[in-house]
Every structure is written in C-alpha cells, then in structure tokens.
Design a protein around this ligand. Structure first.
Ligand code: PHE
Length: 352
C-alpha cells in the first residue's frame, strides 16, 4: 500500500464525521440516534470498516491514520451529545409551553355523609346539652347486676322476659337497654346528676319492626325536689325542639320496675299536628291516633337509689329512654327499620 492509499483513508475518515452529523440531524429520538452511532462506531461500524486497512499500511504512516480515526470518533461522539441535549431541551420547552388552566375546579373527592341515626343522636344530644345535661356512655357488654338487679329487676322478675337478651362468657350480658348507664353514673358520684346516655342495646327480637341491635337514648335527672312536672316540662321542651313547636306530649300510665310512677311518652304527631287526619284522610304516620310513641319514662324508683347508695328520702329524680331508630324513622319518614342497617349508599346519601 502506498501513501496515496493512506491519504485516501484519512480523507475517508474525516468525511465520515461530516456524513454522520448530516445523518442524525433529522433523527427525533434517542434510540434512533444511538442506532446511528452504532452504525459508525460499533464493532461492525463504518469507522472499524475503514480501520481494517490499517495493518496493510507502512508502519510509519499508521499514526496519522490512527489520529484521523480518533478525530472521527470524537467528532461523532460530540455530535451525539449535542443532538441529545438539543432533544432534551426541546422536550423541556414543549413541556413549559403547555397551557394548563389552573383555574379549573378540582374534581373533588366524594364526601361521605353522616348516618341518619348519628344525625338524630347528635341532634338530641344538642337539645339536652342546651338544658345542662352531660353526655355519658357505657359499655355494650354489661353485668347482669347493672342491667337488671340494680334497676329493681331481680332474677325472678317477670319484666326480664320483655328484655330477653344475649349472655356472653363470664356471666355478662349484652345490655338490653341504656338504663345501666343510670347505675354507672350514680355509682360514680353524688347527685345532682343530669345526663343523657346514647348507645346500642340488644334484644332477642328480629322482625320487620325490631332488630336484635338498636340504639337508645337514656336520660336521668337526680337532685333535691325533682318532680314529675319537671319530667313533663323537659319532655315537652324536647318534643318542641325535635319535632316542632306547639306539639303536645302525652304521658300514658305504664310500668317499668325502675320507675314509679311510670309512663309511656307520646308526642303529638307532627305530620297531622295531632289531628289524626290530613286533608280529610287518616294520617299515615300516626295511623289516625294523633300521637306517636317515642319512649318510656318515670320517676326513679327508691330501690334504684338504694342500690347505688343514694338516700331516697333526700333526692328524687326522673328517667326516660327513647328509641333512636324510631325517632329517626319518624323524623325522616323512613318506613322500614332495616334500611338503617343495610348500608345501601343510595339510601344513606339522602341524609346530608
Ligand atoms: N329502659 C326502658 C326500656 O328500654 C325505657 C325506660 C328508661 C323507661 C328510663 C323508664 C325510664 O324499655
């Protein structure tokens, strides 16, 4: 091989760099650029191809060719680097140029709603808090003594049949009413006492109008000279606030072991204003009676005071117990008790 061949080889190598630069000018992705790079600098690339002739050159001329090869290599690598950073820059400015409407309202996470029984519980709590009552709660699993004996309901008492409940291990029971919170509160301190106690209670019943678990709200007021008139005034205030002003309260003689005298509490029907009929038709809510039953009540029995160590000669008190699901059914005109426990979102979303 001659020097003419050497000069041609050097010229070819120098040409490759320019050829490469022209080729990648039109490439739009990093992948394409890398593939082009490999076509020139790879093992079987164009530069290696030309270098195969190197061994046939006179040794004295080889360094010049090697230099030319290095020149080509670094020029190609520089072109790759420049082209890649140009691409990155272009994509960054495209990103920055994108118009985002920051004033669009967000899509908003769907908010849940409070359960109707929670709404009713809170509303009743508010009414009694306004009268100076405190809110107290007790455990669902109770001692038989708190649930029955201390409430003047000894083991052989027939009234236990009406509150047939569930026994759990250790001789305890699922409380059949919220009245044991009366006992717990009185055992915890001396009178005066003004509390309401919301919470779930359990009985064996299970049909269209009874669920084995249901919420109640207990009330207890103990002090010197608390009278039956105080009970009625308190209930009247409650009914006015909860169902509507000008609605009456009716106390029907009844029996509970832990109150004497005892009374069922009826509120005048808010749908027919106690008339029993709407537009000449029998009222569908109270079924024409003009009254709806909301709970039981009475004056605390002296034996209950004795059980908690209060002196029945020194204090008197009244107590009441409302069925919260019944209140919610009346307030929201829900006709099936079970709706409260089925957790159908379409039903629940109506209460906001
Ligand atoms: N605990 C009674 C029941 O569940 C209701 C009640 C409470 C009655 C307080 C009188 C006084 O049936």
């Amino acid at each position: 091989m001659s020097s003419a061949d050497t000069s041609k080889l050097i010229a070819d190598l120098d040409r490759l760099a320019g050829e490469f630069a022209g080729e990648i000018g039109g490439l739009a992705t990093e992948e394409e650029i890398r593939l082009a790079q490999a076509r020139y600098l790879g093992k079987k690339g164009k530069v290696s191809d030309l270098m195969k002739a190197l061994g046939k050159l006179p040794p004295a001329e080889r360094p010049a060719v090697g230099e030319a090869a290095n020149r080509a290599k670094s020029s190609i690598e520089r072109s790759v680097g420049e082209r890649l950073s140009a691409l990155a820059e272009a994509s960054l400015s495209a990103d920055l140029a994108r118009v985002v409407d920051v004033t669009l309202p967000p899509r908003g996470a769907p908010l849940g709603t409070l359960h109707p029984l929670t709404l009713v519980r809170r509303e009743i709590e508010e009414i009694f808090l306004g009268l100076g009552f405190a809110v107290r709660t007790g455990p669902w699993i109770e001692t038989e003594w708190n649930n029955f004996d201390a409430l003047n309901t000894p083991p052989d008492h027939p009234a236990r049949d009406m509150q047939d409940t569930f026994f759990v291990e250790g001789g305890r029971i699922l409380r059949s009413h919220t009245s044991p919170v009366q006992i717990r509160t009185m055992l915890a301190g001396p009178p005066p006492i003004r509390i309401v106690a919301p919470g779930n209670v359990f009985r064996r019943d299970d049909d269209a109008t009874h669920t084995p678990m249901f919420p109640q709200m207990e009330g207890l007021y103990v002090d010197k000279d608390v009278s039956f008139a105080d009970l009625k005034g308190t209930l009247l205030h409650f009914v006015h606030r909860f169902f509507g002003p000008n609605l009456g309260v009716r106390l029907r003689p009844s029996y509970f072991p832990f109150t004497e005298p005892s009374a069922e509490v009826d509120a005048a029907c808010y749908l027919c204003s106690g008339n029993g009929h709407v537009d000449g038709r029998s009222c569908r809510l109270c079924r024409g009676s003009g009254w709806i039953e909301i709970g039981g009540s009475g004056m605390v029995h002296p034996n209950v005071f004795r059980a908690v160590g209060y002196d029945p000669a020194a204090v008197t008190g009244f107590a009441f117990g409302f069925g919260l699901s019944r209140m919610a059914m009346l307030k929201y005109e829900v006709d099936d008790l079970r709706s409260f426990y089925e957790h159908d979102a379409r039903f629940l979303a109506q209460f906001r």
